[in-house]
Design a protein around this ligand. Structure first.
Ligand code: NCD
Ligand code: ZN
Length: 344
């Protein structure tokens, strides 16, 4: 039985939801990660520093006794976000970045930005104050093929934005394509990306394996095998511009198993274990720690976490369901096995 002892990882892209849902999913992340960048796409969205600090308080209050987990907060940008809000966010010391959701791109993005040039003054202020812009990188034009929306977004929106704001620090979230890799790895300084475990381990065939698989549906959608393989090769290569962001996005089972199901894959129950599996498959287990516990902290200008985490190479069976407030949710790999488990 092999054991992997590593610096405690951080999750640089996480959906914790709120209320009873928050209480249900938070323990999974807190058991594995030292910190997480918490996404602001609640309903209503977290658009002010005041709301972000209140949400942070609810997360801290929901932590299991003895847990050591630090939520790092983000603001949800809208067409109407005032530059003064960025100053308040910065001054709070608890808000690290702002999330750009193109309006309509994904779950709870309706209040997002309709035309990115409208927020140029806000982006300029963020660059001055050293706030990170976290980007959901998909165009929303329904005419654009769903598998091409990331590449189109990079060309039409992100590359020009990065040029207009040469000092703005940008994380392109949950990248899925060769095109995104090419952009991030060749970009100017201050541009990085998060990569999910599901985009490393699955391609779009997983959406249709034996029938329609709603629990494999997320935004951006799983991509072709060539893209998955390129992501694996890139993370295995150890670029400091790539780091862990689970994008664990829980939804009630009924909201996924329906005629028009929600986007989002829940993976926090195995938030580091699935990456261990991916890095092992890539023959790069030795690179997992830097990807999971160093590159993100370095990019955000935070100290690397102090504690350690131990994984054991011992397969375990994932439950078919977990409780989710008054509902239940179906985790990634439900009923299947995961090669690594957390040591108790
Ligand atoms: C996320 C969610 O459910 O909040 N869904 C998803 O498919 N990833 C939103 C997001 O990150 O796009
Ligand atoms: Zn997300």
């Amino acid at each position: 039985m092999s054991t992997l002892v590593m610096r405690r990882p951080d999750d640089w892209h996480l959906h914790l939801r709120d209320g009873a849902s928050l209480e249900a999913v938070l323990p999974f992340s807190a058991a594995r990660f030292a910190r997480a960048i918490v996404m602001p796409n609640l309903a209503p969205p977290v658009t002010s520093t005041e709301a972000a600090l209140a949400y942070r308080g609810r997360i801290l209050a929901a932590l299991p006794p003895g847990a050591r987990f630090e939520p790092l907060m983000t603001l949800y940008l809208t067409d109407a976000t005032p530059a003064a809000e960025i100053e308040r966010a910065r001054a709070s010391g608890c808000v690290l970045g702002c999330k750009l959701y193109p309006a309509g791109a994904t779950t709870h993005s309706e209040a997002g930005v309709t035309e990115v040039r409208r927020i140029d003054p806000v982006l300029a202020r963020m660059a001055e104050l050293g706030m990170v812009l976290e980007v959901h990188g998909e165009v929303t034009d329904p005419q654009v093929d769903v598998f091409e929306r990331e590449a189109r977004f990079i060309d039409a929106v992100l590359a020009p934005l990065a040029e207009r704001h040469p000092r703005l620090r940008i994380v392109l979230e949950h990248i899925t394509t060769r095109a995104a890799l090419d952009f991030v790895l060749a970009a100017r300084d201050g541009i990085a990306a998060t990569v999910t475990a599901h985009h490393l381990l699955m391609n779009r065939n997983a959406l249709f394996a034996g029938g329609l698989r709603p629990h494999h549906f997320c935004r951006p959608v799983l991509q072709a095998e060539a893209d998955r393989a390129a992501l694996m090769e890139a993370v295995a290569g150890g670029s400091p511009r790539l780091f862990l962001g689970t994008d664990s996005a829980p939804h009630a089972r009924a909201a996924k198993e329906t005629a028009c199901g929600c986007a989002g894959i829940f993976s926090a129950h195995a938030g580091i274990e699935l990456y261990a599996e991916a890095f092992e498959l890539a023959g790069a287990l030795g690179r997992l720690e830097a990807f999971a516990s160093a590159h993100g902290a370095d990019f955000y200008g935070l100290p690397r976490s102090g504690a350690t985490l131990t994984l054991v190479r011992e397969p375990w069976e994932v439950p078919a369901r977990y409780a989710f407030g008054r509902d239940e949710l179906v985790p990634l790999r439900a009923g299947g096995r995961i090669a690594w488990r957390l040591a108790c």
